[in-house]
Design a protein around this ligand. Structure first.
Ligand code: GUN
Ligand code: ZN
Length: 431
């Protein structure tokens, strides 16, 4: 008989988005809890007393906090060595740093090496699922999915489609972009825990013909996610309008070719016109907030409350390597500050729901990841709010769960991740 694993600790899992700081019905919290894991899935959750732990391998994580593993809804696998590139806004940053770096991923051996360290970083930071852009080369997507499979992680990704306004060695064609994407999709989508995302980079780097073919592919495979970038930077928007004079606005470039659906993840979505927001509402497309990137590149301040008021379900993400941290905790800290500059608030209940269940819902995967509900996949993060001396000093004055979570949100990073479980297996100590 297979031995089950039981994780003992304080257990926190969100059931829906908290509506206010008082909305404690939105989550379940067990002070001395037991999480039973069998065959990569969560089998049961309860108080340690009520769970029968005989013949189980019990791992005692007290006094740490167990939550669902973090979900990162937007980042770039080939930009691991682009983080902290000095002095540019979006378009210069792409041309001077990012595109030259991505050309290196034609080399499978290079992509393999970076895939290993990329996934090590995700695990170290408590991220168990992510949605990544690979480079234009199929080699990079292969390396990405192979490494994800080796670790049995629920990862979404796709080969970037880009056929203009990029250097030699970093362009496909409408036909090869379609063919290569389709081949990768057919090979990887639904294999193990992998899912494929159709990935036209953004309007500037695709011709109309390529976008049409990306839309056709999305039509053939409506179960796949679609990811691209939208309205991150004023110069980007101006150039997009020049390149697509027929389009009503930026998002229309995507809408006209069938790239706007409830599977669409629109990175940044900062400087939006009213019709563009209507288009998102009508199609169910998802804005994705990338605070560390938006501050680093000086892109602008995401309108969290404005989009939420329209009923849009946004994701939150690191955007490595425009983003500056792999940590979803640091991402929440910077997100809090972006909202503060807009006179808005990101309460820790809302914040921790967002990087777990909320992001899973954005991806349509909340029945599989993002909570600690029995039957879902056993991706779990173990959080230590006393991980650093500065945090421990502050913790001495903490009295409530909300205060502890806010401390993790504001001061936490990879040091606060005591362990990361993927499909029931402890992965962090192995990194
Ligand atoms: N827009 C198009 N490509 C990119 C990218 O790689 N990073 C960011 N931040 N924005 C983009
Ligand atoms: Zn991006």
């Amino acid at each position: 008989m297979m031995t089950k694993t039981v994780l003992r600790g304080r257990i926190l899992s969100f059931e829906r988005e908290p509506q206010s700081p008082e909305d404690v019905e939105a989550f379940s919290y067990i002070e001395d809890g037991a999480l039973v894991i069998a065959d990569g899935l969560i089998e049961a959750v309860g108080t340690f007393d009520e769970i029968n732990t005989s013949e189980c391998n019990v791992v005692d994580h007290r006094p740490n906090l167990l939550m669902a593993g973090f979900v990162d809804t937007h980042l770039h696998f080939p930009q691991v060595q682009v983080i902290a590139s000095w002095g540019a806004q979006l378009l210069d940053w792409l041309n001077n740093y990012t595109f030259p770096e991505e050309t290196r991923f034609v080399d499978k051996a290079h992509a393999d090496g970076i895939a290993k360290v990329f996934f090590d970083q995700l695990i170290a930071h408590g991220t168990t699922s992510a949605v990544a852009y690979c480079s234009v080369h199929t080699e990079s997507a292969e390396a990405y999915f192979e490494e994800a499979a080796r670790r049995d992680m629920r990862m979404i990704g796709g080969k970037v489609m880009m056929d203009r306004n990029a250097p030699d060695g970093l362009r496909d064609t409408p036909q090869s972009g379609y063919d290569d994407s389709k081949a990768m999709l057919e090979k990887w989508h639904g294999r193990g825990r992998a899912l494929y995302a159709i990935t036209p980079r953004f309007a500037i780097t695709s011709t109309q013909e390529q976008l049409e073919m990306a839309g056709a592919l999305a039509g053939e495979f409506p179960e796949c996610h679609i990811q691209t970038h939208l309205s991150e930077n004023h110069d980007e928007i101006a150039l997009t309008k020049e390149l697509f004079p027929e389009a009503r606005d930026y998002i229309d470039v995507y809408q006209q070719v069938g790239l706007l659906t409830d599977k669409s993840l629109l990175g940044h979505s900062i400087h939006l016109e009213p019709r563009e927001i209507d288009a998102m509402v009508d199609t169910g497309a998802h804005p994705v907030f990338c605070p560390t990137s938006n501050l680093f590149l000086g892109s602008g301040l995401f309108d969290y409350e404005g989009l939420r008021a329209r009923g849009l379900v946004s994701g939150v993400a690191t955007d490595i390597g425009g983003g500056t941290s792999y940590s979803m905790l640091t991402t929440l800290a910077e997100g809090y500050k972006v909202l503060a500059l807009r006179g808005q608030k990101l309460h820790p209940f809302r914040a921790f729901d967002w990087i777990t269940r909320g992001n899973a819902e954005t991806l349509g995967l909340a029945d599989k990841i993002g909570t600690l509900e029995p039957g879902t996949e056993a991706d779990v993060v173990v959080l230590d709010a006393r991980a650093t001396e500065a945090m421990a000093i502050r913790m001495d004055r903490v009295e409530t769960l909300a205060e502890e979570l806010f401390l993790l949100q504001v001061m936490g990073d990879d040091r606060a991740i005591a362990e990361t479980y993927v499909a029931g297996k402890a992965m962090k100590q192995a990194v």
